[in-house]
Design a protein around this ligand. Structure first.
Ligand SMILES: NC(=O)N[C@@H](CC(=O)O)C(=O)O
Ligand SMILES: [Zn+2]
Ligand SMILES: [Zn+2]
Length: 344
């Protein structure tokens, strides 16, 4: 199967040795990726984003044409002029909203959307997309309900307050989110879907014992939600596109009394997605999901090149080692998948 080269519209690359270890996997598959800004400290200025983009380019394998698309981490004190300038200069592709304390490295996130109303108005005017980690942080709300409640309490009102704002509802995990996005007819609301949320439901996190490497946020939900996500992805329709949310963490940080959230899918992301589409008899929609819908939403041209996947067994790496001695465990580590990316 040969399709236009895909893009990853939601990716964590980290920095330093980890960046160097994980980036080649993404660069081998994808033409571009939206790079998440939740570093320590977060990427909030044009200068920081330029430096981070340069570090990513430096870490690329020889000859790679992979393009990082940078994002700005939205904080309560965000400066609309700085954000607009970054967009104008082609440094910032989008802005990322983390509700404060919703997920990994979100302590600097927004505590009240009222604090950033001016920034959102400006983004609306200049056509700059807002990417949202869509979970409420109210501790009273059950962790499995946080995404659905976010739609009612935060997302719907936000879309109503800013009728021209382009929004990506990131890494959706519920039927409610898939239905909400599908119901929008304006074309200004998109959603990314990860590979792992198409494969696991919440029971997998506890199969035979607790499996910290399957813990991510938003947490995987019941089977009916996984099936709804698969229907959305394979529909091939406009608002749904590929975003792995590949989020590497050192094994020591995952296998802990308080393990952190994030699933590292980069090594075989395209193989996992291909298998999902093949299982559901929807390979004809794969290119739309992986390579066309995202660029259309962002107003970019699809990639010129192609990639080829063949029906042949491939083993997911057991472990990925960084130069500083840290190890990361890939999703489905050591398992055999039945689609293989042909390396050209
Ligand atoms: N998805 C995750 O569980 N973790 C991400 C943050 C995020 O995308 O929410 C990370 O940076 O590790
Ligand atoms: Zn997130
Ligand atoms: Zn993420």
């Amino acid at each position: 199967m040969t399709i236009r080269r895909p893009d990853d519209w939601h990716l964590h690359l980290r920095e330093g040795a980890m960046l160097k270890a994980v980036l080649p996997y993404t660069a081998a598959q994808f033409g571009r990726a939206i790079i998440m800004p939740n570093l320590k400290p977060p990427v909030t200025t044009v200068e920081q984003a330029k430096r981070y983009a340069a570090a990513i380019r430096d870490a690329l394998p020889e000859g790679s044409t992979f393009q990082p698309l940078m994002t700005c981490y939205l904080t309560d004190g965000a400066d609309a002029d700085e954000i607009a300038r970054g967009h104008e200069e082609g440094v910032f592709t989008a802005v990322k909203l983390y509700p404060a304390h919703a997920t990994t490295n979100s302590a600097h996130g927004v505590t009240d959307l009222g604090n950033v109303a001016g920034v959102l108005e400006r983004m609306e005017r200049i056509g700059m997309p807002l990417l949202i980690h869509g979970e409420v942080t109210d501790p009273e709300v059950d962790i499995f309900d946080r995404e659905a409640v976010f739609i009612e309490r935060v997302l719907s009102p936000l879309l109503a307050r800013h009728p021209g704002l382009k929004v990506v509802f990131e890494h959706i995990t519920t039927e409610e989110a898939a239905d909400f996005v599908a119901a929008d007819t304006s074309g200004r609301l998109g959603a990314t879907i990860t590979a792992h949320h198409l494969v696991i439901n919440r029971s997998h996190i506890f199969a035979g014992g607790i499996r910290p490497h399957l813990y991510c946020l938003p947490i995987a939900k019941r089977e009916r939600h996984r099936l709804a996500l698969r229907r959305a992805a394979i529909s091939g329709t406009g608002p749904f596109f590929l975003g792995t949310d590949s989020a590497p963490h050192a094994v020591t940080a995952k296998e802990s009394a308080c393990g952190c959230a994030g699933v590292f899918t980069a090594p075989t992301a395209m193989e996992v997605y291909a298998q999902v589409f093949a299982e559901d008899g929807a390979l004809d929609q794969f290119e739309a999901f992986a390579s066309l819908n995202g660029p259309r939403f962002y107003g970019l041209a699809p990639n010129e090149g192609t990639i080829t996947l063949e029906r042949a067994p491939v083993t997911v790496p057991e472990i990925v080692l960084a130069e500083d001695g840290e190890a990361v465990l890939p999703f489905q580590s050591g398992e055999t998948l039945n689609w293989r990316l042909k390396t050209s």
